[in-house]
Design a protein around this ligand. Structure first.
Ligand SMILES: NC(=O)c1ccc[n+]([C@@H]2O[C@H](COP(=O)([O-])OP(=O)(O)OC[C@H]3O[C@@H](n4cnc5c(N)ncnc54)[C@H](OP(=O)(O)O)[C@@H]3O)[C@@H](O)[C@H]2O)c1
Length: 227
């Protein structure tokens, strides 16, 4: 079984993965800001941290390596939403969404890849979502942050090509998680991708043979399919 670092493990897709991977025997190292929510999951080891704080990525990666000896897989689920017309989006909101979704992803990926690169094996999974691949009105800041993730991951994949590291992008449409509790937009949660389905797909990427990689996965509700 694998040593798996999961960010954004205190909620939604990350929490679902933490529970299912831990119960099948993987060693999971969980992170998120909420100590209380991470502790309540009662699986694996955890370290509460804000990924945007200086030194957080280094601390999290070092703590996971200290706990398990190595990192085989990173599932990077930490992220925040922002759905607002451009005219109403403040500088502070734009900066925050870029800081959490883009800059923190870069810092974590850079640190994790140093460790996995030295081991010449590892899988880094990110979830830019469908808005890291297709634009949507009233989401310019969020879309900017997620397109940037898509581009960065593709660059890392080229930099680490033939070094045993694999990179996977999940372009999921709306997933029914607490992510939507904080978004002011009329949505049909019952038509979204169930969180268990999102976790099934990510588990398939983790379980792919080590010489193969599921590079990009797109899943949308039928009503929103891309052609
Ligand atoms: N739900 C969707 O429809 C959907 C669709 C496509 C892509 N995505 C992406 O998938 C990922 C997971 O989404 P989700 O639906 O599971 O969202 P969620 O339930 O809101 O969970 C987000 C996670 O990110 C963590 N987080 C937020 N800011 C952080 C920070 N500064 N430092 C560390 N951790 C932070 C949160 O933990 P704390 O609050 O404890 O810090 C939480 O565990 C996100 O990147 C999201 O953009 C979601």
């Amino acid at each position: 079984m694998a040593n798996i670092l999961i960010t954004g493990a205190s909620s939604g897709i990350g929490a679902e993965l933490a529970q299912r991977l831990s119960s099948r025997g993987d060693s999971v190292f969980l992170t998120g800001r909420s100590e209380e929510k991470l502790a309540a999951l009662a699986c694996g080891a955890h370290l509460a941290a804000d990924l945007t704080a200086p030194g957080s990525a280094e601390k999290i990666v070092a703590a996971a390596v200290e706990k398990f000896g190595s990192i085989d897989v990173v599932v990077h689920c930490a992220g925040i939403g922002l759905i607002k017309p451009a005219a109403d989006t403040t500088d502070a909101e734009f900066t925050q969404v870029m800081n959490v979704n883009t800059r923190a992803t870069f810092l974590l990926m850079r640190e994790a890849c140093k460790v996995m690169g030295a081991a010449k094996k590892g899988l880094f999974i990110t979830i830019p979502g469908i808005l890291g691949k297709a634009p949507m009105r009233n989401a310019s800041a969020y879309v900017a942050s997620k397109y940037a993730v898509t581009g960065m991951v593709k660059c890392f994949a080229q930099e680490y090509q033939r070094s045993g590291l694999r990179f996977c992008l999940f372009h999921l449409g709306g997933v029914d998680t607490p992510f939507w509790d904080k978004i002011q937009m009329a949505v049909q949660r019952d038509k979204m991708i169930p969180v268990s389905t999102a976790a099934d797909l990510i588990q398939q990427a983790i379980d792919a043979p080590p010489h193969l990689v599921l590079s990009e996965v797109v899943m949308q509700p039928e009503s929103h399919q891309l052609v």
